[in-house]
Design a protein around this ligand. Structure first.
Ligand code: BDR
Ligand code: CA
Length: 319
C-alpha cells in the first residue's frame, strides 16, 4: 500500500467562528500540509481576523503555524463586516487568551504568489473561507499562478437557498464581488461550497453538546463558539442550530465522497445594486457558458459532523 503525500494547502480566512472550526479541522488532519494561513478583512476588520487566526492556532496546539496578514479592504468597495453574526471580536463565545505567536512580516498576497510559484505546478490548493480579495490580488499580481494552482476550494454563493446578506447574495461574495469575478474567471479548477450545501450542515444541540463532551479545551471552546454562532441563524431560520459553513471547504479535501454536485458555470454580478454579489449559477445548464467550477449541493451531514468530532478530539492547546 502506498501512503499518499499530504496535500499542500493555504487557508485564506476571516475568522469568524465557522472559520475557526475549519482551521482546527485542517490542523487536526495529517492528510493536509498547511503551508500557511492568510487573513483577509471580512467578518470583522483585518487586525481582528489576524488576531483571531493566531488565537485559533494556539488553541489547536500549533503556535508554529505561519500566519500572514493580507488585504484590509475589498478591491474597490468599502468593507462590509458582520459583527451582527460573529460578535464584536469576530470570535465571540469562548474567552481565548491573547496570542503570543508571531505574525509573519510578508504580505499574504506575496506569500500566496511565492508559494505557488515555488512549488511544482498542480501542487498547491487554495482554501478560501472569506471574501476573495487576497486571491484576486495574487492573480492580478502574478497571472501565471492560475495554471499552477491545483484547486481553489471556496465557501461562497448560493442559488437554491438565495442569499444570506441580501436576498440575492451570500456574504463572502457580496463583500468583494469584483474579487470573486476575477477568481471565478481565472481558469483554475474551482470547487464551490455555497449556502445550498452549507445550510445542510446544521449545528444541532446534540452536535454542539458532543463537542462539549470531549471535555478538552478545544471541545469546550468549539461548543462555546457554536453556541454563540448559531443563535443568530436559529432566530433567522427557526432551525435547531445554524449552518456551519466554512469547515465544508476542509472536509471536501478529506472526504469528498460525502458531497455531491455538478460542473456548472457561475458568473458574478457586479453591476446591479439590487443583486450585487449574486452568484449566477447555471445549475440547469440553460446557457452556453462553459463550466468553470464544481458546484456542491449535497452533503451527508452526519458524516461531516462525525469527521469534525473525531478530528477535533485529537487537538490540544499549546499552553
Ligand atoms: C460566510 O460568511 C461568513 O460570515 C462566514 O464565516 C462564512 O465564511 C457565510 O456566508
Ligand atoms: Ca468565513
Amino acid at each position: 500500500m502506498t501512503v499518499s503525500e499530504p496535500r499542500s494547502i493555504i487557508i485564506d480566512t476571516d475568522p469568524g467562528q465557522d472559520d475557526a472550526v475549519a482551521l482546527m479541522l485542517a490542523m487536526a488532519s495529517p492528510e493536509l500540509n498547511i503551508l500557511g494561513i492568510t487573513t483577509v478583512a471580512g467578518n470583522v476588520p483585518l487586525p481582528l481576523t489576524t488576531l483571531n487566526a493566531r488565537k485559533i492556532c494556539e488553541l489547536a496546539g500549533h503556535p508554529e503555524m505561519p500566519v500572514y496578514a493580507g488585504a484590509d479592504a475589498p478591491l474597490s468597495r468599502k468593507l462590509v463586516t458582520a459583527e451582527n453574526v460573529h460578535g464584536r471580536t469576530g470570535l465571540d463565545g469562548p474567552d481565548l487568551p491573547k496570542p503570543t505567536m508571531p505574525l509573519q512580516s510578508q504580505h499574504a498576497v506575496d506569500f500566496i504568489v511565492d508559494s505557488i510559484m515555488a512549488n511544482a505546478p498542480g501542487e498547491v490548493t487554495l482554501c478560501a473561507l472569506g471574501p476573495l480579495t487576497n486571491l484576486a490580488l495574487a492573480l492580478q499580481k502574478q497571472p501565471l499562478i492560475a495554471e499552477r494552482i491545483r484547486e481553489i476550494v471556496l465557501m461562497g454563493g448560493g442559488l437554491f437557498e438565495g442569499g444570506n446578506v441580501t436576498p440575492a447574495a451570500e456574504f463572502n461574495i457580496y463583500v468583494d464581488p469584483e474579487a470573486a469575478k476575477i477568481v471565478f474567471q481565472c481558469g483554475a479548477p474551482i470547487t464551490v461550497m455555497p449556502l445550498d450545501v452549507t445550510h445542510k450542515a446544521l449545528t444541532s444541540r446534540v452536535r454542539v453538546e458532543a463537542f462539549r463532551a470531549l471535555a478538552t479545551p478545544v471541545g469546550r471552546a468549539t461548543a462555546e463558539l457554536l453556541d454563540f454562532f448559531e443563535r443568530y441563524d436559529e432566530a433567522k431560520y427557526g432551525s435547531d442550530g445554524g449552518p456551519l459553513h466554512d469547515p465544508n471547504v476542509i472536509a471536501w479535501l478529506l472526504e469528498p465522497e460525502i458531497y455531491g454536485g455538478r460542473q456548472i458555470n457561475v458568473e458574478i454580478e457586479t453591476a446591479s445594486e439590487l443583486t450585487r454579489g449574486m452568484t449566477v449559477a447555471d445549475w440547469w445548464r440553460v446557457s452556453d457558458r462553459p463550466a468553470n467550477c464544481f458546484y456542491v449541493r449535497d452533503l451527508d451531514d452526519q458524516r461531516f459532523f462525525d469527521l469534525l468530532l473525531e478530528r477535533l478530539a485529537t487537538l490540544r492547546p499549546a499552553r
